[in-house]
Ligand binder design. Structure first.
Ligand code: LLP
Length: 418
């Protein structure tokens, strides 16, 4: 958490701002992001890629707030998108469609048409069926769709099964040993222009080896495809670099990209354009979720600390049993019993942290750390809970980049019977 520190008075501060004060002023649950922390994370990728042909495509699924997208667009980034909705967001935020790569296993014909019309840089195609459909859509629109095949390199990213995507039994990508035939088919289809190759092996990856294995397998294919007379312009290694939630020690973005670039160079592909699709590593440690303690409920076997944020605001603990740090915004003296920090939603799976030693009183504010990625982006409205507000800190400035949702908005599209 580059911009987060606790001051001498025990106050937790993000980019210098007291989180307790922000929580009181704007209400909770509240997401707070540091723009400087995002740009710092990006700078690691930029330093390592400087001087090489490259494009950083922010995987916006991690945090798709318009102001966050705008921040990355202004810094020169492209975007990795996975839906028509994400495309509209990038365009609304002023992103350059010519820097968009469109991933995802289930693109509809309507999404393809819209992306072609917008002029995206490339479709990352994940199946033969999708190749055929994309060609047909492009022909009907009088265009040629730029394509890259997402290859499943069958490497183990060593991460949680739900977020591992590069193994044979995942739904993602075209199997490595079928990729050459798929490239031949793509080259023969009238609506397609082959431009690249890509993979994405998983998320929250904390080792270099799976990346180097995957890139090595990708370069084998590049050579085979080019030997078959089909030119490939770029190699896209996907995203997936992990961050520190507790004691993980992932390589830095700089170390990762330097190692990848070195392998490209060693294999004679040093001049080929390298694309990366980082999500979590750009925004994860740039944001926190603030929540207020409602009730302390000590019990015989468990103590519960009931807060006003829930699984609908931050689903990672409930969904992946993800461990996320929880810190009091203001340190308090006294005993620190062990609590399960839980939300108000009517599910036993509604927890944010288990077995946390915290000195607390009702009314205290807590910060869930590393919540800038897959936090608000995965929020929902279960139990008719309006979604949290979002702030983006930028030096002295505090920008409300999403208003707190209004309960009436949740049913505004619904109709009573006559
Ligand atoms: N590119 C593709 C094709 C992807 O599917 C993903 C993430 C990324 C890039 C970015 O990966 P990142 O750099 O953020 O790891 N909700 C889960 C993570 C799901 C990731 C899905 N794909 C979580 O909260 O841990």
């Amino acid at each position: 958490h580059p911009q987060l520190l606790r001051d001498a008075a025990g106050e937790l501060r993000l980019e210098g701002h007291s989180l307790a004060e922000l929580g009181r002023r704007f209400g909770t649950p509240l997401y707070v992001y540091s723009r400087a922390a995002m740009l710092d994370a990006l700078a690691g990728y930029q330093r390592a890629l400087a001087g090489l042909p490259h494009l950083i495509c922010y995987a916006m699924k991690a945090n798709s707030n318009l102001a966050v997208l705008q921040t990355f667009a202004r810094a020169g980034c492209g975007f990795d998108i996975v839906s028509g909705g994400e495309l509209e967001r990038v365009l609304a935020a002023g992103g350059d469609p010519a820097k968009i790569v469109f991933s995802g296993v289930g693109k509809t014909a309507a999404e393809m048409r819209r992306a072609l019309e917008a002029g995206v840089r490339c479709f990352n195609v994940e199946s033969l069926g999708e190749l055929e459909r994309l060609s047909a859509v492009a022909v009907a629109a009088g265009r040629r769709a730029p394509v890259s095949l997402r290859v499943n390199p069958d490497v183990d990213a060593g991460t949680h099964p739900y977020i591992s995507t590069g193994l044979k039994d995942n739904k993602f990508g075209i199997p490595h040993d079928e990729a050459l035939a798929a490239y031949r088919r793509a080259a023969a289809l009238p609506g397609l222009a082959v431009v690249g190759i890509d993979c994405h092996i998983g998320s929250q990856i904390t080792q270099l080896e799976p990346y180097l294995d995957a890139l090595g397998r990708l370069l084998d294919l590049v050579e085979a495809v080019e030997a078959a007379g089909i030119a490939l312009h770029h190699v896209d290694v996907g995203g997936g670099l992990g961050i520190t939630y507790t004691d993980e020690t992932p390589p830095s973005p700089e170390a990762l990209v330097r190692a990848l670039a070195e392998l490209m160079r060693a294999r004679g592909h040093g001049q080929r354009e390298l694309l990366v699709e980082p999500g979590r590593s750009l925004v994860g440690n740039a944001g926190v979720l603030l929540t207020e303690v409602q009730y302390l409920k000590p019990g015989e076997t468990k103590n519960f600390c009931i807060v006003d944020a829930a699984m609908n605001d931050l689903v990672r603990p409930a969904m992946y049993e993800a461990w996320m740090a929880i810190e009091p915004c203001q340190l308090r003296a006294g005993a620190a019993p062990v609590w399960d920090v839980v939300g108000p939603v009517c599910e036993s799976g509604d927890w944010l942290g288990r077995d946390r030693a915290l000195a607390l009183e009702p009314g205290d504010l807590l910060a869930v750390l590393s919540a800038g990625a897959y936090g608000m982006a995965m929020a929902g409205n279960y139990n008719s809970r309006p979604r949290a507000a979002e702030l983006l800190l930028d030096g002295d400035a505090v920008h409300v980049v999403r208003e707190r949702e209004d309960s009436r908005a949740l049913f505004a599209l619904e109709r009573l019977l006559a």
